[in-house]
Ligand binder design. Structure first.
Ligand code: ZL4
Ligand code: CA
Ligand code: ZN
Length: 399
């Protein structure tokens, strides 16, 4: 049962500005900020707000975002609106900054600047609370936008709050480990720190091509991609990518995760850890191709929590909103050391959003594997060879 007192040993802070919820990417766009409303409602309904310190961070300022992003890109982002985007001046920039084109991944919508400064402000505030030792686990479910580049939007991400938070952690930590369990490759974070040995980036993701030979977005993150090859470059060997095929199940994923993440933690000995918890690696996700259940996803959080180092937990992808909410609520409970009952609290607002499903209406832990949307094509031999290559890649950081 969930307790009302602060658990000993770990203290958890929760960083969230509710104004982020009210932004819309467009009617059929898969990214739905209101999944954060569902997440928050579930967390409140289980009483988890009494087990952590709650913070409502202010939006990040342009100067704070400029620590990573180009000012030219930021001033475009700050001023662009659906109304002025047709002007010749803006059209000249729109493609080079990652907007428009035939892809509508990064639309210009009302309040865009407000949206990006809110989720980034929350990640910076969460990192701050770790630096001040006000908490040893800090959570921002509105962040985790790992594709954004210093001068371009990409894959639903406009500002890279993860890079900004890691840069902030680096002011007082020698080494930061970044782990990414979103179904997509964490390319923006990897690229930002490719030339330093003070950040190690580790991403688990789907990698491969569909029947039309189109790569799964963003198309990078092969096992052979380990950072710069120049031995004089300090970043060499401080990138590890774990490419996975469709349909991976709980046992396989948990095995891969603990084997590889455990080895990276032992060899790299980070002073702080950032874990991106993209929930599009769950079974039944609208964009993802894996078959994970909520507790297998949460196992990654449990495992990393066990390293007992300052930990920043951030959101990311997740395109079946009710399951995103379930997962991040469960992972919040994992952080505070609470066990939640499977029947959803009956006083939960939005209860309908969690009812009437084929498997698991009205419960916190539905069987997502049995949605069987993706055949498991990960063979034992292939997974063993990935682990072998991963260990080989880790030789570069043997100290
Ligand atoms: C959509 O229905 O693979 C965007 C994007 C908008 C609304 C209507 C517009 C129709 C699926 C995706 C045109 C859609 C064109 N609307 C989409 C190569 C692509 C070019 C764009 O979880 N088309 C690009 C990005 C990925 C591509 C994934 C994951 C983010 C994260 C962290 C980003 N882009 C092919 C797709 C729709 C849309 C429906 C879509 N976009 C699915 N996958 C992509 O890692 C937050
Ligand atoms: Ca990933
Ligand atoms: Zn994703």
């Amino acid at each position: 049962d969930y307790g009302m007192e602060k658990p000993q040993g770990s203290s958890v802070s929760f960083h969230y500005n509710p104004n982020v919820e009210y932004h819309h990417f467009g009617s059929s766009h898969p990214m739905k900020p209101w999944r954060l409303t569902l997440t928050k409602q579930l967390i409140l309904a289980y009483g988890l707000e009494y087990t952590m310190e709650l913070h409502e961070p202010r939006p990040a300022t342009l100067d704070e975002l400029a620590i990573f992003h180009d000012r030219e890109y930021l001033s475009f982002l700050k001023n662009i609106t659906p109304q002025n985007m047709e002007s010749a001046d803006n059209q000249a920039h729109i493609l080079s900054f990652g907007f428009g084109g035939e892809s509508n991944d990064c639309p210009v919508f009302d309040g865009l600047w407000n949206y990006v400064s809110l989720y980034s402000g929350a990640s910076l505030h969460a990192a701050d609370s770790l630096l001040n030792a006000q908490s040893n686990i800090a959570i921002n479910w509105s962040g985790g936008l790992h594709h954004a580049k210093k001068n371009a939007a990409s894959g639903f991400c406009y500002v890279n709050d993860i890079v900004l938070a890691i840069q902030h952690l680096l002011t007082q930590n020698q080494r930061v480990l970044y782990i990414d369990i979103d179904v997509h490759h964490g390319d923006g974070v990897e690229q930002a720190f490719e030339s330093t040995d003070r950040v190690f980036t580790l991403s688990y993701h789907k990698f491969g091509f569909d029947k039309y030979n189109n790569p799964f977005f963003p198309g990078t993150g092969a096992i052979t991609e380990m950072g710069p090859s120049d031995p004089a470059n300090r970043g060499k060997g401080h990138t590890l990518n774990i490419p996975i095929e469709d349909g991976i199940d709980d046992e396989q994923y948990m095995w891969l995760f603990r084997t590889i993440t455990g080895a990276v933690n032992e060899k790299y000995r980070p002073n702080a850890i950032v874990l991106q918890c993209g929930a599009d690696s769950l079974g039944g996700d609208r964009l993802g191709k894996f078959n994970l259940n909520i507790k297998a996803h949460g196992y990654c959080v449990e495992f990393v929590k066990g390293f007992d180092k300052p930990l920043l937990l951030i959101g990311g992808g997740g395109y079946t909103p009710r399951n995103v909410a379930r997962t991040w609520c469960h992972e919040t409970a994992v952080c505070v050391g609470a066990t939640l009952h499977n029947n959803l609290p009956t006083h939960l607002p939005y209860l309908q959003a969690f009812q009437g499903e084929e498997n698991g209406g009205g419960v916190l832990y539905p069987d997502l594997h049995n949605t069987k949307r993706h055949e498991n094509v990960n063979s034992v031999a292939k997974l063993n060879s990935i682990v072998r290559s991963a260990f080989e890649n880790l030789r570069y950081i043997e100290g």
